[in-house]
Design a protein around this ligand. Structure first.
Ligand SMILES: [Zn+2]
Length: 392
């Protein structure tokens, strides 16, 4: 027999002969017969007769191949039990070898859909689903015993209609999804958080401006510092200040080009845009102070990588902004001032740390694609397995 052929069978087997019509069928036997009983270890064994297994195996030169394993059933003369020696690479009750199952899993994981793969491998679609679940479940089980990462990003994402939201726990240091769990309230997450190991290891948690998540972190991750997500803070500021601009000049709602100019950061404007902005301020001078306020506030919020002492020096600037907003007389400004005040500690930490939830948001995009590829998931656990397999 050619060495390549022997290599294609699995370790622990001896190739007896190969039938190549109509399919490749490799007859093999175990290299080593058992010497002792699996139950009691006694060495006196009695053969009870032949035992055969046929399993589908990896393709041989592009043709489907099967393994035909010849072995024996044994009876122990001491304890009287009968057993079949364990077959390497073939699990009890399976009709395909583990190398083939792993190959199918990898192909499906790489994006070949279950129906195509089932047709190619002459398997059922449900079998592909089972093989995938089996391999991903192994990965997910390892996840349950894993310790919490030290830097977490927590955010919600939406699911289908019945189960509205799920919470993502993202390992921001290693850039992967740590876990996902249904719901977003404290009551929904309680069970999951109780089971979580090493919660005291978490040092930094990044969240958007959600008070329910903040309360949850303070309760469940006692040693963690909360950092606000820069993108969300800037978005809240923009939304409120542009809202004020619209109150000052209601026709702004229809002037999209003006809105775009006001939204863009000053240092990113082209020369032409700068001239147009000047024209806007000439026609509506009331918009200028709002725009300048937005520019200065966003510049303050975008500062990062500062030491604790430097952060302390920046705090009076934030407080000054909050006072200006409070005394401006606009309701929207007062709301914004309140939000900034409520979150001032978390915002101040943004100056110190660069971590943000950009990675988590990126994974949310990928999760949406996973949901769409499957035309939605009914079973949350199946969805979780997919997410852990592809983003974990
Ligand atoms: Zn025995």
């Amino acid at each position: 027999m050619s060495p390549a052929m022997i290599e294609l069978t699995m370790k622990g087997y001896r190739l007896l002969r190969v039938h190549s019509k109509p399919e490749v069928l490799m007859e093999v036997e175990l290299e080593q017969q058992p010497e002792s009983c699996l139950c009691c270890g006694a060495s006196r064994l009695h053969s009870k007769g032949r035992y055969e297994r046929r399993v589908q195996h990896l393709d041989l030169c592009g043709r489907p191949a099967w393994m035909w394993v010849h072995c024996r059933r044994y009876r122990c003369c001491e304890c009287g039990r009968t057993f079949v020696p364990p077959l390497p690479g073939i699990l009890p009750g399976r009709h395909s070898s583990e190398p083939l199952r792993e190959y199918v899993y990898q192909q499906h994981h790489d994006g070949i859909c279950a129906s195509t793969l089932a047709w190619r491998r002459r398997l059922g679609q449900a079998t592909i689903g089972r093989i995938y679940a089996q391999f991903t479940e192994r990965k997910a089980k390892e996840r349950m015993s894993l310790q919490c990462p030290t830097v977490l990003g927590i955010d919600e994402h939406s699911l289908h209609r019945k189960q509205r939201f799920a919470t993502t726990f993202c390992d921001l240091k290693n850039r992967r999804v740590f876990d996902i769990t249904p719901g977003k309230s404290d009551a929904d997450l309680q069970g999951f958080l109780e089971r979580l190991q090493g919660r005291e290891r978490v040092r930094l948690v990044c969240i958007d401006l959600s008070s329910s998540y903040r309360a949850l972190i303070q309760r469940w991750f006692p040693r963690a510092m909360i950092v606000a997500d820069r993108f969300h803070v800037v978005r809240v500021v923009m939304r409120h200040l542009l809202g004020i601009a619209r109150q000052v000049y209601p026709q702004l709602a229809w002037k999209l080009s003006w809105l775009n100019l006001l939204r863009t950061r000053g240092d990113r404007l082209s020369l032409d845009q700068r001239l147009r902005l000047r024209e806007v301020f000439r026609q509506q001078p009331a918009l200028q102070p709002i725009y300048e306020m937005k520019e200065r506030l966003c510049a303050l919020l975008c500062i990062k990588n500062r030491t604790a002492a430097e952060c302390r020096q920046l705090i009076p600037q934030l407080i000054a902004f909050i006072h200006t907003l409070k005394s401006s007389g606009f309701d929207l400004a007062k709301t914004l001032a309140k939000t900034l005040q409520d979150w001032s500690e978390e915002i101040a930490r943004m100056w110190r740390f660069t971590r943000n939830n950009g990675i988590t948001e990126g994974f949310h995009r990928k999760m949406k694609l996973i949901q769409r590829r499957a035309y939605g998931f009914r079973n949350f656990n199946n969805y979780r397995l997919r997410v852990i397999a592809q983003c974990g």
